[in-house]
Design a protein around this ligand. Sequence first.
Ligand SMILES: [Zn+2]
Ligand SMILES: [Zn+2]
Length: 145
Amino acid sequence: MTEQPDQVTVTLALSPRWVTLLAVLSEDGHGPVETVIYQLIDHAQQGVYRPGSWERGWLTQAFGYDWQSRLEPDTDDTTADGRVVFQRPVRPCPNDPPCPHPRSTHVHDAIGWYCTGFDGEGENEGCACGAIPDGSDPGEDDDDG
Ligand SMILES: [Zn+2]
Ligand SMILES: [Zn+2]
């Protein structure tokens, strides 16, 4: 686990009891516990972006269902034949001030971003978001996927 320049370091303070318990999950039962925690986190992040994974059910047992409303289809990470199978965190409205609708309901034209106010479910309530032209492109592809 050599740290790369684009990685985020997370520091955890754990009780000795937790470390002893988690170390049991390592190959020889004595650690290093960092390897165990890294593997747990790897499974967790897979459960977030892969709806069909066994980890999704695991996360649902631990965290419930509500967090899944904070995901949207990942249209940037598709299969070889173009199918959308993964999810990503809902990206915020690119306008200032932001509206409550997900980024996926927003369309960019020559004037700027505007919101259709419709995510494909229920009524289209409309949205005034983006009515004030800003003339700038906030950047469609500024996330790392
Ligand atoms: Zn908006
Ligand atoms: Zn909106």
